[in-house]
Design a protein around this ligand. Structure first.
Ligand code: AMP
Length: 397
């Protein structure tokens, strides 16, 4: 039996069909530019990749291509569950949920909290339910893992009514990834997750840090929206909330324009003077002496180390540091510079191990006697598939 994982964005769908028992991915791919004339589906299977244009295509058209391919390969009948990545579950969802009318309504109620993401997730779920009507659909939330954060951590010091009436609080994101790498790190350390206090850093285009105590999130750097916390590819991370009014007065920007600039023109892109948001390119430019790129990389590392050190307060005792995401898994430079600043936590780098961990296997990158630091490759598709299968077992057991 196989689990189909769907991650629906506003104009794209990432998908993968996994056989958990056999530990293989039968098929994966990406539908892009949905709604546009150039819409297409890229499918990957057996080491090959090919494109199928679906001009003006919708989620339904993309799923039709996927379903036809599954049938051609005789896999259609094996699909047991569809796991959907859903960005915001608010306070309603502490765990993944088997999708029914009530769950759809609750996801819809969270739209104001994630106005760009949840509508796309909902549209994707509805189209997938129409294409794959015979199977269970499970929603796996980015926020659910962090619902275990205590109130002192998740409340903002703002008027009480903002929280009680509008849900203004810290939620956190990347929960599936933080949970997965925490579990994987425990396995690699050969210790029970229940006994471990971990600081996990998910560093991709979006980036966040979490404090994971015994497998439960007790703090994270993202908040009400995925804009809070670390410097990211194009997102500012923490800024002074007074900045909005300041820029409105000084530059005549609207709230929408300020928010768009903080989401799309800030972070590494902003600091590098517009050079780019891609860490790999910035590292190359920094090595060639580009001042903006150097600043961007150095500021990224400083803010990351500061957030990670702050998570020690949430945990009391730190047993290991975990790096993941495109940057965490691949950038030996960022990891080395971050660990150098985290000497304060007792972390010391093993430069050779750090260089080797670039090759995609992950592993320990700290020196003997140091606070252990590891690279763990995240696998959100696998985590969502496992979660969906567990929900299904819980329901059918
Ligand atoms: P993700 O969102 O997890 O795919 O991560 C994307 C980020 O990882 C981008 O900033 C990439 O530049 C970065 N990245 C990927 N490979 C490397 C690499 N070899 N060195 C540095 N950064 C990398």
């Amino acid at each position: 039996m196989a689990t189909l994982v769907l991650n629906c964005g506003s104009s794209s769908v990432k998908f993968a069909l996994l056989d958990l028992a056999a530990g293989i991915t039968h098929l994966s791919g990406l539908a892009e530019r949905l709604g546009a004339a150039e819409a297409s589906v890229t499918l990957r299977a057996g080491g090959e990749a090919w494109d199928q244009p679906i001009p003006g295509g919708s989620y339904a058209d993309a799923f039709a291509v996927l379903a036809a391919e599954l049938d051609t390969r005789g896999l259609g009948k094996d699909v047991e569950a569809v796991g959907h990545r859903v960005v915001h579950g608010g306070e309603h969802f502490q765990a993944p949920a088997l999708i029914d009318g009530e769950v759809l309504a609750a996801i819809r109620a969270c739209v104001p909290l994630a106005p760009l993401h949840n509508p796309a997730n909902l549209a994707g779920i509805e189209a997938a339910q129409a294409t794959f009507p015979q199977v269970a659909h499970v929603a796996v939330f980015d926020t659910a893992f962090h619902q275990t954060m205590p109130e002192v951590v998740y409340r903002y010091a703002v008027p009480d009514a903002w929280y009680t009436q509008h849900g203004v609080r810290r939620y956190g994101f990347h929960g599936t990834s933080h949970a997965y790498v925490a579990e994987e790190a425990a396995r690699r350390l050969g210790r029970p997750l229940a006994e471990l206090n971990l600081i996990t850093a998910h560093l991709g285009n979006g980036a966040s840090v979490a404090a994971v105590q015994g497998g439960r999130s007790v703090d994270t750097s993202m908040g009400l929206t995925p804009l809070e916390g670390l410097i990211m590819g194009t997102r500012s991370g923490d800024v002074d909330p007074g900045l909005h009014e300041f820029m409105a007065r000084q530059a005549g920007l609207s709230l929408t324009q300020v928010t768009a600039a903080l989401n799309q023109a800030s972070g590494l892109r902003g600091l590098s003077g517009g050079l780019g948001s891609d860490m790999r390119e910035l590292e190359q430019a920094a090595a060639q002496g580009h001042a903006g790129a150097r600043l961007a990389v150095a500021a990224f590392v400083y803010r990351l180390a500061k957030q990670m050190a702050g998570m020690a307060v949430a945990l009391g005792r730190v047993d290991a540091l975990v790096f993941t995401g495109g940057i965490g898994e691949n950038s030996a430079t960022v990891r080395a510079a971050t660990l150098e600043r985290l000497g304060v936590l007792g972390a010391r780098l093993d430069p050779q191990a750090n260089a080797l961990a670039v090759r995609g296997q992950g592993g320990l990158i700290s020196a003997p006697g140091s606070l252990p630091a590891l690279v763990v490759n995240t696998n959100e598709e696998l985590a969502i598939a496992r979660t969906a299968a567990q929900v299904l077992q819980g329901v059918t057991a």
